[in-house]
Design a protein around this ligand. Structure first.
Ligand code: KIV
Ligand code: NA
Length: 266
């Protein structure tokens, strides 16, 4: 078991102390992130883009995710490791259980899936089998083709109501954590206040229980040359990657990141 467990995260939420989460794909960066107090390492399927150079997360496989989870595990010192179930790896209950088993055996402590209330049964079955699940809501990049681009979600009242209902249903189904991407800051605040489990945000304002960024983005690296509005370059003014990671953890803990300009209005 890692030093940071679900119980630790629950305690941080209750005390109002912000959770610092970063993506991580290998041992050296895992060690560096742990040295400066990152509590949760996300082996994100963003690796399909930042490591593999694909133009979306869709080509990423369960074996890619398991390989990078095993790499992160070897450099990890006490952080909670969360690994993404990639595109189409949880389309059926059987697939979800089998894919999650591979990721947990590789070293994940929790899996993350993208979707809404239709994942309730999957989340319950995972929990029954000892696998905590984080559900990623809002802008879910595996559905980019359905959304017609990477767009803020929940600006209209219908979609906002759906996201609130999804969060509530998924928590009731046994979700251990929620993650909100690119939703208006006031909506993220409502969902966080209503939730009993930790809610992590990216492009969701400052009111969530924690923050996550893609490591490459916050180090100022970009393949496409485009940087999302919610990203801050923490390498600026620092002379090492470790110092940049430390600046991120400190800014999250102090409530200095995200600032208003990193979020989206309703
Ligand atoms: O894959 C990833 O890096 C993610 C974060 C953007 C939350 O899912
Ligand atoms: Na992801």
């Amino acid at each position: 078991m890692p030093d940071v467990t679900l119980t630790t995260l629950q305690g941080l939420k209750q005390r109002g102390e912000k959770i610092a989460m970063l993506t991580c794909y290998d041992a050296t960066f895992a060690q560096t992130a742990c040295q400066v107090g990152v509590e949760v390492l996300l082996v994100g399927d963003s690796l399909g883009m930042v490591l593999q150079g694909h133009d979306s997360t869709l080509p990423t496989s369960v074996s890619d995710m398991a390989y990078h989870t095993a790499c992160v595990k070897r450099g990890n010192h006490g952080a909670l490791v969360v690994t993404d179930l990639p595109f189409m790896a949880y389309a059926t209950l059987e697939q979800a259980l089998e894919s999650s088993a591979a990721l947990m055996r590789a070293g994940a402590h929790m899996v993350k899936l993208e979707g809404g209330a239709w994942l309730c049964e999957t989340v319950t079955r995972l929990a029954e089998n000892g696998i905590p699940a984080c559900v990623h809501l809002g802008l879910t990049p595996q559905s980019v083709n359905l959304f017609g681009g990477y767009k803020v979600q929940g600006r209209d009242e219908g979609r906002a109501r759906q996201l609130r209902a999804d969060a509530e249903a998924l928590e009731r189904a046994g979700a251990a954590m929620l993650l909100l991407e690119c939703v208006p800051s006031p909506l993220a605040e409502q969902i966080t206040q209503a939730a009993g489990v930790p809610v992590i945000g990216i492009g969701a304002g400052a009111a969530t229980d924690g923050q996550v960024l893609v490591m490459h983005d916050m180090l100022g690296l970009s393949l496409s040359g485009r940087t999302p509005k919610f990203v801050k370059n923490f390498m600026a003014g620092q002379d090492s990657i470790q110092a940049a990671f430390a600046a991120y953890v400190s800014a999250v803990k102090q409530g200095e990141f995200p600032a208003v300009e990193h979020g989206f209005s309703a």
